[in-house]
Design a protein around this ligand. Sequence first.
Ligand code: F0G
Length: 380
Amino acid sequence: MAFGHRYTGLIDRYRDRLPVHDDTRIISLGEGNTPLIRLNNIPRELSRDVELYVKFEGLNPTGSFKDRGMTMAVTKAVEEGSKAIICASTGNTSAAAAAYAARAGITAFVVIPDGKIAMGKLAQAMMHGSVVIQIEGNFDDGMRLVKEVASAAPVTLVNSVNPFRLQGQKTAAFEIVEELGRAPDFHCLPVGNAGNITAHWIGYSELAAHSGDHVTAACTFCSGHCRYAGGGVAGQRPKMLGYQASGSAPFMRGAMVDNPDTVATAIRIGHPQSWDVAWKVREESGGWFDECTDDEILAAQKLLTEKEGIFCEPASAASVAGALRDIRAGKIPDGSSVVCTLTGHGLKDPDTAIAQASRTPIKVPAEIDAVTRAIHENMD
Ligand code: F0G
């Protein structure tokens, strides 16, 4: 990179493929441009020949992929003269909405399920000065309420039903294709509302459409916002694999789930907002949905932290838990390239992390003998 080049966020980076004008005031915190990390140690232990990558979206400014969508949604809200935004959230959307509203100088109202959001996310929403409304209900209740409020009050809804959200989030697919030089064979994501899996499919489809393959999908999904004009490199599109937590797996049940539950609170969603479109993504991509138990999710989170040095939140680990199972079973065949999206940072949910860490801190007197003994006793 040349000296003096400053990365200024994904809207500036992909301006030609996003619904903005030359004079649009961009609300950005430098989101996007996240690392695609090739896993070394986990695949070695699998003794399978797959190229396994994680796209670490936890390294976005507020610690989750939501920033990609929020920069677009808030930019457009401000362009349209909105003075307030609202969302329902399992935590990450509220953190992103609060931060981008602060950046834009507008108000964020966030509706969250009482007691079921990770501490880091609550801290973010509170610190950024949003109005936090805790409801005695779950995310799905919150979603119903904010849709009703937004239809009557002068506030812009910034959940992923806002089409600008998915436009921002599709850029993760652009980054992956740019880095790999092609689309991966499989792309694995945790699924809640199924907005993100849809957004990635839009991104891959736009690239494939431009590279000359016969693809009609892009415009089915992009709500008329796709303005891709760059050089296509993708050609093929990945099979999209969506993993849900067993206690919150409407796509596995084939029906909405009324009382979803999982340790992965980010995806504790029983009534996905992108239901129809997500089925279309599965069908068009030739992929599949599957479910992971809470134990499998936590085991994958731990594996990533202990074997690869990557700390993601539980919901994110569902993508890796599912991918590893499908690699072992041969459903993802040898020779494949696989990308798993790690949607949020592990620091978001310290309580769950501490509760399941392999080692607890060793408490000793502040004396050299005691510290030396603790080291000797724990030398691997
Ligand atoms: N992973 C994390 C960390 C999330 O926060 C979410 C959704 C998902 C995965 C699922 O993405 O809904 O597009 O399928 N979180 C939303 C929120 C619901 O309110 O923060 P999806």
